[in-house]
Write a protein that binds this ligand. Structure first.
Ligand code: UDP
Ligand code: MG
Length: 327
């Protein structure tokens, strides 16, 4: 998309949305640094912290912060753990700003980058993404996400380099469009981009997690990658059909070859000798079928969850917000 007709605008009210799950160690520092960074941007602002069912001292810290900074630090308490992306959605539902910035609570992305994102958004972008410079994650995480980024670019047709980085800015119209989407398995950066006209990415610093461990177990991570894949496209299903077609084509050819060898060239032993080849082919096809079934299952599971249409989150309480969002 060219940026020829892009129009500058002035941000009036900034909402920073932070999902928090068992982050008692770094929460106070996050709140202090984020307030300072927002003040630097010279905008009216609010920081919405969503407690995603934490079991440590997170809730107490949030309650105290909302009391201390009323109408600036807003705590949105969910009744249980719904996962990072659903927690962010809950935060989106109560924002009052016209530019919304998402950031993780673990300080891997420094809040000091916020004014740069605001400045970039004011150039007229609907979504400002970020690319983590010298990413401080494990080798496995870095390479897995490289592959995922490439696949997402192909599947969505939106050319962003780093989908995994949650430090992002969205204009309110994009947030409203995202809230209209009712599916349970969302991946916010991809969903947001699909509604944007003008997007860009800026490089940002990335630090190691100083306190606590990643809140993503391998299992949660696998689930997230499947969400990313299935939330935008049914392309994998088509690939399965194509591979399935190719394999059955090969099977027919192999069958014909065996028939010819057996009855026309009269090579009696051939069929016997080929038995192990057949086993190999059989195992391959069985394996493929089970994998294919698994992928189909991933889609069906998500259809099931969406058909039940349960709410994505349940907000138990909102603290520190005087005037509610207009709905
Ligand atoms: N998080 C959350 N709910 C979860 C898992 C994570 O709200 O079920 C939050 C977490 O507190 C953090 C952000 O999402 O603010 C990113 O999590 P984390 O840093 O553990 O992920 P990683 O950096 O390892 O990808
Ligand atoms: Mg992190």
């Amino acid at each position: 998309m060219t940026t020829k007709n892009i129009q500058k605008y002035k941000v009036k009210y900034l909402s920073v949305v932070v999902p928090v799950y068992n982050e008692e160690g770094c929460l106070q520092e996050l709140i202090d640094r984020t307030i300072k960074a927002c003040e630097e941007s010279k905008k009216k602002f609010e920081i919405i912290l969503i407690d995603d069912g934490s079991e440590d001292g997170t809730l107490e810290i949030l309650q105290a912060a909302s009391r201390q900074h009323e109408d600036i630090v807003v705590s949105c308490i969910l009744n249980r753990n719904y996962g990072q992306h659903n927690a962010i959605m809950a935060g989106f539902s109560i924002v009052r700003g016209d530019l919304i910035i998402t950031i993780d609570a673990d300080l891997q992305n420094p809040p000091e980058e916020i004014p740069r994102l605001v400045a970039k958004a004011e150039e007229g972008y609907d979504v400002v993404g970020t690319i983590r410079q010298k990413r401080q994650d494990t080798f496995f995480r870095r390479y897995a996400s490289k592959i995922v980024n490439k696949a997402t670019q192909k599947a969505t047709g939106v050319n962003m380099k780093d989908y995994g980085c949650m430090l992002r800015a969205y204009r309110i119209n994009i947030i409203k469009a995202m809230l209209e989407c009712r599916e349970n398995s969302t991946f916010i950066p991809v969903l947001g981009n699909s509604f944007a006209r003008y997007t860009c990415e800026i490089p940002v610093k990335h630090n190691e997690r100083a306190i606590g461990d990643s809140k993503y177990s391998l299992w949660k991570l696998i689930n997230l990658q499947f969400n990313l894949l299935t939330c935008m496209t049914t392309f994998p299903l088509r690939v399965l059909s194509i591979i399935g077609g190719l394999i059955s084509g090969l099977g027919i050819l192999l069958g014909l070859y065996i028939l010819i060898m057996r009855y026309f060239i009269m090579d009696e032993v051939w069929a016997m000798q080929g038995v192990f080849t057949l086993f190999a082919v059989l195992f391959f096809i069985c394996g493929f079928q089970v994998t294919a079934l698994g992928i189909v299952g991933e889609y069906i599971g998500r259809i099931y969850t969406d058909v039940r249409a349960r709410p994505r989150y349940f907000i138990e309480e909102i603290l520190g917000q005087k005037k509610k969002t207009k709905k």
